[in-house]
Design a protein around this ligand. Structure first.
Ligand code: ATP
Ligand code: MG
Length: 572
């Protein structure tokens, strides 16, 4: 197994640890009793996120703490209720109704939360778009759904090609009329001129559409995944037990709602758990991020390996300028969490970093490191209570501990996607074997139930008959002080089938050289395995990444290699 180190939890460090049921006693039905709809039948995610807390006397609690480039302010749960009711009234007056698609194209900002909640209150299906999407990415997504409504900022709306989107009839702008053009509607002005409608909430079925998210596009064309209100059951309880959210926590999820993590664990889960959420407008910057952690007193922090690696590359001296002692719980998602990052977390932030695994399609975390459990660096953790995981072979047979195969889950958890938009054939490809959801990721499970990610099915390298997971090679290379970032692929090779090729971004103090290249190769050879040592290493200024979630695009690295070899053929 990749790594046998075990890191025990720090007793007393976490809130919820004591409350966890034994896994045998767990039932989703019990979790449902946390929601009033289990008695009343009146379901709406936005009500559960906001209005419920106001009714229960928590209206004055801070819901959002916004830190932008120009301004900083807080909104209470009452503010959030009133604003989302008001915007819902405007949207309704302009024709938004149950089942409509409402796209939201806004930066990380409380307006984005309010717009999403307003649309959800009306029973619309909300489609948050990532703020860095350019024209084509926006067009493809709105076109795919035949989206009718859009809420955008005056800056971002410039990337929306209205002339090519005939379905898009109504565009709301989060600004004053002077900043609107053509038939765009000023949401601010309209909101001043309406009286908030009472009982604006549209009660829906548990299986009514809630949001549409396109997958990150790591392996191909993004798929439009539709989730239903039912997902709240799992989003709430993973927020409570995995994120460990409780009264008094200050929580920061660094993802934009355009990535499913930014919606589920940036908007829904913290609000469902009545937490205070920090919103940082703007992009990554090590100084800004440390400053936010210190200034807002973040206690629970959810981010991604790519961000942790960028912080690590800035060096530990920078961290020592900040007081980050309030942080008590850190989590990671989206890409393999290299053991080196876990070590860094313990050494510099005095915290274990808890890996979590899930996919856009799964709607919530499935494989997790519960705060009360031991961590094995290199492992994504264990199935959440109520989740049954297995490693399946080619014919759907369950493989024994330690064998590599497809990570599969018993398809019966509440947040599982409801459909792949307009593509039922694609939907059924996830369920080739009776009752199992197939992830497309390769993994192993050890004797104690810990799951180890090996790579995407498509990324697995087969060199001279040896199967090599790119993640293991990447994790080894990242331990070397010269390496800031790395992507490993299998490069087609006439003799070996494939060879291991590593693309490396060096830390600033290091220069590319033959000696360094040899040293890196040896580092893998002696630290991991001879056959895993990259035969080729190429140094790059930066790695290609998915725009939203910042994942290393191995598909793109492979395509470049393929192009290079076809260019060679042409030039011969
Ligand atoms: P696409 O489906 O469009 O190719 P994507 O799979 O990257 O893109 P997401 O739904 O954002 O889209 O990501 C889910 C995938 O991310 C998982 O299938 C897995 O490969 C990877 N992933 C998520 N969390 C982890 C983790 N903790 N460790 C390793 N890989 C992870
Ligand atoms: Mg995927």
């Amino acid at each position: 197994m990749a790594n046998s180190t075990i890191i025990q939890p720090n007793k007393g460090h976490y809130n919820i640890a004591e409350e966890l049921p034994s896994w045998e006693d767990f039932s989703w039905k019990d979790i449902e009793t946390n929601f009033s709809w289990s008695q009343t039948g009146k379901v709406n995610m936005a009500y559960e996120c906001v209005d419920r807390h106001v009714e229960a006397g928590f209206g004055e609690k801070t819901a959002l703490h916004y830190i932008g480039e120009q301004e900083e302010y807080k909104l209470t749960y009452r503010d959030l209720k009133e604003k989302s009711d008001l915007w819902a009234t405007v949207l309704k007056k302009r024709g938004v109704k149950k089942g409509d698609f409402v796209f939201v194209f806004l930066p990380k900002h409380p307006d984005c939360h309010i717009a999403m909640l307003a649309a959800i209150k009306l029973g619309a299906v909300v489609g948050p778009l990532f703020e860095a999407f350019m024209e084509d990415a926006v067009k493809e997504r709105i076109q795919d759904c035949g989206g009718t409504f859009l809420i955008a900022s005056p800056e971002l709306v410039k990337r929306v090609q209205r002339d090519q989107l005939p379905s898009l009839t109504t565009v709301f702008i989060t600004a004053e009329p002077e900043q609107c053009t053509g038939d765009e509607i000023s949401l601010f002005e309209e909101a001043r001129n309406v009286e908030t409608e009472e009982n604006i909430i549209e009660w829906v079925d548990l299986d009514h559409g809630l949001n549409i998210h396109y997958t990150s596009g790591s392996t191909g064309k993004p798929k439009g995944i539709i989730h239903a209100h039912r997902a709240m059951i799992q989003q709430y309880i993973t927020g409570r037990w995995v994120l460990d959210l409780k009264e008094g926590d200050i929580y920061w999820c660094t993802a934009h709602p355009g990535w499913v993590t930014g919606t589920v664990y940036g908007v829904f889960a913290p609000l469902l758990n009545r937490t205070t959420t920090v919103i940082h407008g703007g992009r990554f910057g090590a100084e800004e991020w440390y400053d936010i952690l210190e200034r807002t007193g973040v206690t629970v922090w959810y981010s991604a390996p790519t961000a942790f690696r960028m912080l690590m590359a800035k060096g530990d001296k920078l961290i020592s300028n900040y007081d980050l002692s309030k942080i008590r719980h850190i989590l990671s998602v989206g890409e393999p969490l290299n053991p080196e990052i876990v070590r860094w977390g313990i050494e510099t932030l005095s915290n274990r970093i808890h890996d979590t695994w899930w996919m856009t399609e799964t709607g919530a975390q499935l494989i997790v490191n519960l705060p009360s459990e031991a961590i094995k660096p290199g492992s994504m953790g264990k199935p959440f209570p109520g989740i049954e995981a297995a490693i399946l072979g080619e014919d759907g047979e369950i493989l024994e501990a330690g064998a590599v195969g497809q990570l599969a889950l018993k398809a019966n958890w509440p947040s599982l996607m409801r459909e792949v938009w307009k593509d039922p054939a694609k939907y059924s490809t996830y369920f080739p074997f009776d009752g199992w959801y197939l992830s497309g990721d390769l993994a192993t499970i050890d004797e104690t139930g810990y799951v180890f990610f090996q790579g995407r099915s498509d990324d697995m390298i087969n060199s001279s008959g040896e199967r090599i997971g790119p993640f293991e090679v990447e994790s080894k290379l990242i331990e070397h002080p010269a390496v800031a970032e790395v992507g490993v692929i299998g490069k087609p090779d006439a003799v070996r089938g494939e060879i291991v090729k590593a693309f490396i971004v060096l830390n600033k103090e290091y220069q590319e050289s033959k000696e360094l290249l040899e040293e890196l190769r040896l580092f893998v050879r002696s630290g991991l395995a001879a056959h895993a040592a990259p035969r080729e290493i190429e140094f790059l200024e930066e790695l290609p990444k998915t725009p939203i979630s910042g994942k290393v695009l191995r598909r793109e690295l492979k395509a470049r290699e393929a192009k290079k070899s076809s260019d060679l053929l042409v030039n011969k």
